[in-house]
Design a protein around this ligand. Structure first.
Ligand SMILES: Cc1cc2nc3c(=O)[nH]c(=O)nc-3n(C[C@H](O)[C@H](O)[C@H](O)COP(=O)(O)OP(=O)(O)OC[C@H]3O[C@@H](n4cnc5c(N)ncnc54)[C@H](O)[C@@H]3O)c2cc1C
Ligand code: FES
Length: 272
């Protein structure tokens, strides 16, 4: 019988600093077969464990097309992440997953997409953007709205030139600041400043407060609830629907989500 908690060993093959407390880790499974068999949908996550520090869920940040390794972008927060930030290239961690549903891949080739990411919310959207770059023939038009508090906190800056070749990338920073010549204003202001891609499905990830205002804006613009998807974040332990820690409105965020359509979320009290 398949053990749903089975942890596989992965080696750190690269670590890059993305911001003051954020690092992009590149891993490769120690067992070659585990690496070749790895397949996931953008928006899915896995549970990472560091010996002596515990375990926590993290979204894949590379795309499924990148077969030789997988990446995750992590903010240092508490026990587990501080343990992980002490590790070096060559050190090993435990990985179990992939878990959850991911973004609705059945619509990728059929509908234009508008990705809306706020701050660290770009982490689970990046695999999708990298898929667009690596296999553009699988997608229709893709527009990205990405915002952060200030230019220093815009993540993956070195990749923007490449992303711009395949997507309409629209950036904004909440505050005016020296050296920033781009748009200023919270992410919802982009809806008034930029011509929207035609009739898109909207995929949203960001802090809870952003969800409230993005939903409000999408309602004003008469988007259908079923065309809006949001990724929810809850404290998780098992990741597989047994511990009950992530339950919201009768759904398990860990296994029914973390991605839900706004049509479903509307019926889930305190989901956002
Ligand atoms: C599906 C999913 C995907 C995720 N993907 C990423 C990712 O790609 N990159 C990333 O950096 N983080 C991600 N997270 C968040 C990450 O799992 C937590 O930040 C992690 O548990 C921190 O572990 P820690 O032991 O260092 O912090 P802890 O010691 O557990 O906590 C430190 C502080 O952070 C708070 N905290 C921890 N987890 C959460 C949470 N889920 N929601 C709200 N507050 C929390 C705690 O209350 C505490 O104040 C994801 C979470 C989920 C549920
Ligand atoms: S994390 Fe255990 S049930 Fe969802």
């Amino acid at each position: 019988m398949k053990n749903i908690y089975q942890t596989k060993l992965a080696k750190i093959i690269d670590i890059k600093k993305e911001a003051e407390d954020i690092k992009l880790f590149t891993f490769k499974f120690v067992n070659k077969k585990d690496q070749t068999r790895l397949d996931f949908t953008p928006g899915q996550y896995f549970i990472l464990s560091v010996l002596g520090f515990g375990e926590a869920p993290f979204a894949y940040s590379s795309s499924p097309e990148e077969k030789d390794y997988f990446q995750v972008c992590i903010q240092e927060k508490g026990t587990l992440t501080s343990g992980l930030f002490k590790l070096k290239k060559g050190d090993k961690v435990g990985i179990r997953g992939p878990y959850g549903n991911g973004w609705p891949k059945e619509i990728f080739s059929k509908r234009n997409l508008l990705l809306v990411g706020g701050g660290l919310g770009l982490f689970p959207l990046r695999p999708l953007i990298r898929s667009v770059v690596l296999a553009p023939q699988k997608f229709k038009k893709v527009q990205i709205f990405y915002g952060s508090r200030c230019p220093e906190l815009l993540l993956f800056k070195k990749e923007y030139k490449l992303w711009q070749r395949y997507t309409d990338l629209c950036l904004t920073c909440d505050r005016r600041s020296r050296g920033w010549k781009g748009r200023v204003g919270v992410i919802t202001t982009l809806f008034d400043k930029v011509k929207l891609v035609e009739d898109p499905v909207v995929l949203v990830c960001g802090p809870p407060i952003m969800y409230k205002f993005v939903i409000q804006k999408l309602k004003e613009l008469k988007f259908k609830d079923k065309d809006v998807y949001l990724s929810l974040e809850r404290r998780m332990y098992c990741g597989v629907g047994t511990c009950q820690h992530c339950v919201v409105g009768g759904k398990y965020v860990c296994k029914d989500g973390p991605v839900f359509s706004y049509k479903e979320i509307k019926e889930m009290p305190q989901a956002i």
